[in-house]
Write a new protein. Sequence first.
Length: 282
Amino acid sequence: MIAALARLVKIEHSVFALPFAYIGLFVAAGGWPGWRAFLLLTVGMVAMRSFAMAVNRLADVRYDRVNPRTQGRELVTGEVSLGAAWGFTAGCAVVFVAACAGLNSLCLMLAPVALVWGAFYSLTKRFTWLCHFVLGSVLGLAPVAGWLAVKPEFAVAAILFGCGVTCWTAGFDILYACQDVDFDRSQGLWSMPAKFGVGTALRLAAFSHVDAAAFFLLAGYAAGLSWIYYAFWAVCSVVLLVEHRLIGENDLSRINVAFFTLNGVIAVLLGVGALLAVFLAR
């Protein structure tokens, strides 16, 4: 059951958010933040992401049953029951709030807001093609959360990193949604590919990623990071370019490489670049 629940929420996709949470944590601390903050943030981030993903799976189960691409998902096959999924979701919420309480009072106060926003994303595809940016804003909380974990005050650098993550996530989510353009239209679901067509959606995804690169550049400047960060930022920008070269309006065969592999590389590289810049500047 544990393995099935991990597959249900795609626990491996935590790689998209965790590096950015660590960027906020280490940059705010100016180095190692201590084991307590590091572990509580890690537990909280994994719990929050798992909560949001489980809510998404529960909200979409009726669509997953009729979409050929998603009929193998655990709630559809019965490998995970609806009751178990709801119990898991509630457990993740409790763990997240507990982790926030262990950090500081501001994190605890904002925990319900984060949970509501994380759950709200799953409903947005019913009424707006901006759903990709709502998802992006959920992941965009990661660097802000990392910052607040050690410095309970909002900072420009953390917000700029959050804006970068928002645009970056929205961009690759638009790419991913291109797989379901016909299904979304048949079900009355909203997405950029369904609303504007695959070609326009690909261009909008590219524009989002240009914005993401700009925000990450500004965030590094606001945080006072050294040239090491900018070197990694340049590599990540090239990877983003490669990502868009892999996909065309009439060829989505490499969508999984573009969606998971390359974006996982981007998250890890940018995180490593920021951490090296912080530690080597000490």
